[in-house]
Write a protein that binds this ligand. Sequence first.
Ligand code: 5GP
Length: 192
Amino acid sequence: MSTKQGKVVIISGPSGAGKSTLVQRLLQTCALPLELSISATTRPARSDELNGVAYHFLSPEQFEAKRLAGEFLEYKEVFGQGFWYGTLLKNIEQGLHLGKWVILEIDVAGAMSVIDRVPDAITIFIHPGSMEELERRLRNRQTDSEEAILRRLEVATQEMANRHKYKYQVVNKDVDAAADEVSEILQALEDH
Ligand code: 5GP
């Protein structure tokens, strides 16, 4: 008996597009064997984030040691503030081996690096609807300083300009509907 080979699913979109909530909803509702890859980061944990659940929170030295040991599939400094984020190769290899559909929730630059190494990765861009809606969501979160919000909006504009590089685009106006749409996209690819 052979195990079905898993797949790599990349989900990107500007910070504030509602990716994390959408991915959580997808994990609960989609019938496919999905698994979320937990990235490593040197960013400090927010008050509601648990180590090993939201991210593996590492010191810059720990991150650098993993980088030198070749443990990352890709790594990027995401908001130009000295915080690093990286996808751990081990997560992907283990998941694929078990036939899982491994979800990477990563930025556009990281996605482009992964596509170079995993050309058949499924790529989905989550669109917030409009930049005004995005700004409203970022401000409502009340987790970031004004400077951080402006930086995230600047990066968001660049990310939106790259959305055509993704195979699928999903507008997230209603998170349940958007999660269903992603689920349908994935299920249609099941036998490919
Ligand atoms: P946040 O700080 O809001 O959790 O995430 C900031 C950004 O970093 C998000 O756009 C998220 O998709 C991205 N990100 C999270 N993990 C990774 C990763 O492992 N690699 C890359 N390249 N980006 C990541």
